[in-house]
Write a protein that binds this ligand. Structure first.
Ligand SMILES: [Zn+2]
Length: 119
């Protein structure tokens, strides 16, 4: 379940390998989000100590958002995480039963600066 009140600070990541490395090798603050190839990976964990779960959200052409996946990257190897990233950004999850419209609150890192989750 996505955190409706959370405001995410979005950083664009160009390479799938770099994104997979970030998602598996580090624990990020709860307001961290990565954008890669039109998809957002929003930290959806309930606390920094819990499993690093990410909501995978596609940015649609009309400015709305579709959540296509929820993945616990904290339990993934690098190879597995890379597979998930490529699968999601390849659009193969888009028509799945899981897909649901969401309305995440997003900021750039400059806009975000600091919130109770990362302050
Ligand atoms: Zn924050």
């Amino acid at each position: 379940m996505m955190h409706e009140r959370r405001i995410w600070s979005v950083t664009t990541i160009e390479s799938a390998e770099e994104l997979a490395r970030k998602l598996t090798e580090s624990t990020w603050t709860l307001c961290t989000a990565f954008e890669h190839r039109g998809h957002l990976f929003l930290n959806d964990a309930t606390s920094e100590d819990s499993a690093q779960e990410y909501a995978v959200v596609k940015r649609l052409g009309d400015g709305t958002f579709l959540q296509v996946e929820s993945i616990t990257f904290g339990w993934c190897s690098f190879d597995r995480a890379l597979g998930y990233v490529l699968h999601a950004t390849g659009g193969r999850d888009d028509g799945g039963d899981f897909a649901t419209h969401v309305n995440p609150r997003l900021e750039t890192a400059d806009q975000h600066r600091r919130c109770p989750l990362c302050g």
